[in-house]
Design a protein around this ligand. Sequence first.
Ligand code: SF4
Ligand code: SF4
Length: 241
Amino acid sequence: MNAHPDLSRRAFFTALPAVTAGLAIPAHAADEANPHWAMLVDTRRCIACQACTMACSMENVSPEGQFRTVVATYAVTDQAGKTGLSVLPRLCNHCEEPPCIPVCPVGATFKRKDGIVLVDGERCVGCAYCVQACPYDARFVNHHTGKADKCTFCSHRVEAGLLPACVETCVGGARIFGDINHPQSDISRRLAAADGKTSVLKPEAGTTPRVFYIGLDQQLDGRVDGASTADMMWRPDTQGA
Ligand code: SF4
Ligand code: SF4
C-alpha cells in the first residue's frame, strides 16, 4: 500500500518542497510500472567515514542519539591470526518476509508494492512490538514522536526521482540503490556481475533481505545486535568539544 496513493509523481513533487535537490535515479534504469527498490553495499569501498549516517540524520531529522543507518566497525581476526578492522553499514533491510509486519497490532507497519517497508505514524501506538521482532536491530521508538522509526529508503526522495540521502553522500560509492526489477539498472548489473558472491545479514532468519552486501566479512553476517558505531561516534556532547 502506498502512503500517498492518490499523488502522481508531479503532484508529490509539488506537495513536498522540502525535498532537497540531488542526484536523480536514472530514468532508463527503473521499471516505472513495477519497480522493486533495493540496495547493494560494497563494503570494500566503505571507509567508515559516517557521512551516510550524518546525511540520513539531517535528511530525516532523527533525534540525537538515534540513527536510521550506522556504519559499525569491528575487529576481526582472519584464519592466519591477523587482526584488522571490518565495516558493516547497517539499515533496514526492507525484507521480503518482514517479521516486523505481522506483530503490529494496529497494522501500522506495511510493505509497499515497490518493496519499501514503512510505518504509518498516524496508526502507530509506539508499543515497540516491531522493534522486538526485527532480527536486525533496525528499528527504534523515536524519542520525539513516540512512534516506531527506521530507514525508509528515503521514500520521499525516491518518489521525487532522487536517490536516498545516504547513497548520494557516500564518498566511496559504497552504497548503490536502484530497481532490481530492471535488468539494466546499476544495482541489477552489479548483482549479476557479482555472480552469486553477495551476501545478506542473518540469512537463516528467513526474512529475504533486500539490502545486499559485497565483500562482507563472513564473521559479520550475524553481528547486528545492540549498540554499534552510534556509541563510538564523535559527538560534541560526549567528546567535550
Ligand atoms: Fe522489518 Fe527489520 Fe526487515 Fe526492516 S530489517 S523490514 S524493520 S524485519
Ligand atoms: Fe505497530 Fe507502532 Fe507497535 Fe511497531 S510500535 S508494532 S508500528 S503500533
